[in-house]
Design a protein around this ligand. Sequence first.
Ligand code: PGA
Length: 251
Amino acid sequence: MRKPIIAGNWKMNNTQAEAVELINALKPLVADVTKTDVVVCVPYTCIEKVKKAVRGSKIKVGAENVAWADKGAFTGEISANMLKEVGAEYVIIGHSERRQYFGETDKTVNMRTVQALKNDLKPIVCVGETLDEREGGITNKVLDTQLYGAFEGFTQDDIKKVVIAYEPVWAIGTGKTATSEQANDTIKYIRKVLAKMFTRPVANKVRIQYGGSMNPKNASELMAMSDIDGGLIGGASLKAEDFSKVVKFNG
Ligand code: PGA
């Protein structure tokens, strides 16, 4: 059985004070959740404060990117060590916004993910097609390229430590959710690719989230699908009440 994992992706939102306020509101709302992993991935500047604020709860803290190198001349990058020092346990890698605006490629996603694993950070690796790609009928081809690229050179042990987030780009921040069948079918396809790359038993162990306008209204339907193991939540993770409702998708 794969344990569900709901992760918030705050993106470039919240000052330290706002972050602490949000966590303080969230804590009591998810206090009784034990069967789902709850993660908040937050801006670098908030990690340390959020780590302190989640004390006494089961909420885990993550970052939104990580450098592929240990240290050195990489202006603007943050290393795995630096993230761990302030308390990050998870890290989002290859989000479509990074691919779209900051030149992230399958190769750099691969390098960042290798670096995360080397430093015991748990990677949440994002994949997904654009609207043009879906309408052009090349979703599976795009996913093949992203998955083979991101996990090139990975062992079975490596891939078991990775969480994959399937995020159709056209559903991110748009209010357009993939139907639960669409999301489940595509995630099944991702698992099939993993089975080819690794083995079927290994593929069956990897947790795969859906992301893209997931909210309190659609979470339970999406989470009821056979292959959807969690969610990566943008907009709805910025409100404690909404995020807690997604976390408690099963009532
Ligand atoms: P959204 O974002 O929930 O606001 O669509 C999801 C994401 O980008 O991870």
